[in-house]
Design a protein around this ligand. Structure first.
Ligand SMILES: Cc1cc2nc3c(=O)[nH]c(=O)nc-3n(C[C@H](O)[C@H](O)[C@H](O)COP(=O)(O)OP(=O)(O)OC[C@H]3O[C@@H](n4cnc5c(N)ncnc54)[C@H](O)[C@@H]3O)c2cc1C
Length: 148
């Protein structure tokens, strides 16, 4: 069971990297694609979506690093933090990648741009190495145990 802590960090890190790749590709694409006479990156509504994605990934990165640090230190609450990080990061990564697909419009759904593959790959990270429901179970049980 203890070995799963590191595995969960690994899954979260993989998800984070893939979501970052999707966001990088989306940022570039939005500077090229024109609609209604301007590039996509000039629409303020879409700029907000980029900002939300960046904020989510940065929050996920900090949270993941903290969990990894706790595992390295052998902290008493490392298992709880690894479960929290796995749940939070894989959910955030999927949301961001899915939004990146949307921002590519119809091309996002085609294999040519690689985004749909990232979305499919990230979907399983919410299931692998213990589902995200089980991550919540681990966190809640630890909270109840700590309360006594
Ligand atoms: C591509 C892929 C690769 C995999 N690789 C490996 C591997 O290398 N090694 C390995 O050991 N396993 C591997 N797995 C298995 C994976 O870990 C399991 O699929 C995962 O843990 C979920 O178990 P399950 O499929 O039996 O779902 P189930 O246990 O049948 O769960 C079904 C649903 O019920 C929910 N659920 C179940 N129990 C509870 C509960 N107590 N409270 C709340 N909700 C609950 C689950 O979250 C899920 O939503 C792999 C799976 C996939 C899809």
């Amino acid at each position: 069971m203890a070995g799963l802590d590191g595995g969960r960090l690994n899954i979260a890190a993989s998800a984070l990297g893939a979501a970052q790749a999707a966001l990088d590709a989306t940022l570039a694409y939005m500077g090229e694609r024109k609609a209604f006479g301007q590039t996509l990156d000039q629409f303020q509504a879409l700029q907000f979506r980029l900002a939300d994605a960046e904020i989510e990934l940065q929050a996920a990165r900090v949270f993941l690093r903290q969990a990894a640090w706790k595992l390295d230190q052998g902290a008493a609450d490392a298992t709880r933090h690894c479960a929290m990080a796995k749940k939070f990061v894989t959910d955030a990564a999927f949301r961001v990648a899915n939004d990146c697909l949307q921002l590519h419009g119809g091309y996002g759904y085609l294999a040519d741009y690689g985004i749909e593959k990232i979305v499919r790959d990230l979907r399983v990270h919410q299931i692998l190495e213990g589902t995200n429901e089980i991550m919540r179970l681990i966190v809640a049980r630890d909270m109840l145990k700590a309360r006594g």
